[in-house]
Design a protein around this ligand. Sequence first.
Ligand code: SOE
Length: 380
Amino acid sequence: MAVTPITDREAGSEEPVSAAGYRAAIVGTGFMGRVHARAVQVAGGRVVGAVGSSPERAAAAQGELQADAVYATLDELLDRADVDVVHVCTPNHLHEPVVLAALAAGKHVVCEKPLATSTSAAEAMTAAAREAGRVAAVPFVYRFHPMVREARERVRAGEVGTIFVAHGSYLQDWLLHPTDDNWRVDPHLGGPTRAFGDIGSHWCDLLEFVTGERIARLSAQSSTVNKLRGVETLRDVTTEDVVVVQFATGSGAIGSVVVSQVSAGRKNRLLLEVSGSRGSLAFDQENPEQLWWGGRARSSQLVRDPETLSSPAARYARVPAGHPQGYQDCFDAFVADTHEAIGGDVPDGLPTFADGLRAARLAEAVMTSAREREWVEVPE
Ligand code: SOE
């Protein structure tokens, strides 16, 4: 099919999908689309095309995305032979159709979390990626902080000992007021769980990534604080603002997490603390260059530094010590690892659709438990 970009800065050659290159298409031109586009460029890739919710929005975003061209429809973008990887940054309900179309067109995919708005959709997407033999990654990006990798290495090396308790929170305040609104609030666009799907999923991913433990059963309660929301007219809200989960892991550790999008003053505070028979570790996403190490005799605040980091963690130090790195750096590292995976070497800890599916199963268990008011087993 002949493809006519709605705007074209520089017509590139349309070589088919390659293992060496990272020619990306961005689907969705909001905040996350811009974060992904920057990461593509830092990873040495190029945004060859973008599509937005309307041709006008795509055209308006072209400069910031540094996209060679923007397209009126997804089909036109997918027709380009030279798109290696499609980054899906749309509202959640569109993840499934966009991912399935991209895989059917032979592209690798990076899909925002939550991967899908239901477990069955996440299963279908994971199966489609496996059958297509494509790289399919999900940006659980907090895994890419060097101090998170350091925590993981210390757990792996036995320095924490047998883990018996893990706890923490993920708190935001951007939905505190009834007039705070966003597509994520609408279950048709964001999915039936909001606070847990959007940010609780990050916390659980980090817990399981750092400790190697798996949540086996859980009990949850949730609350919708703002039952009506809207800027001009108020409408009913069904998605939750707050979730509290207590859980047990397969090996018998217990723990809890508080997830809230209405905690005044907390902007993006993800806190994870784990304790075992030999020591404790705590990581705070708003202070990501540090890691608290708790010992019975002595505790210390570890600071990212070549002296402190084991080599798997040092791999993710992107700037010299003392020059704080943060959220965008995590994205840059995530896309760089996705690029490597497309080249054939899948780096340790790359979050894939299997992890997105895991999050969907946890989300379903949380919703079921909160609704039924009982403990729920989480299927593997
Ligand atoms: C909004 O809650 C949001 O942007 C999430 O969607 C991201 O996953 C999280 O990293 C920051 O907050």
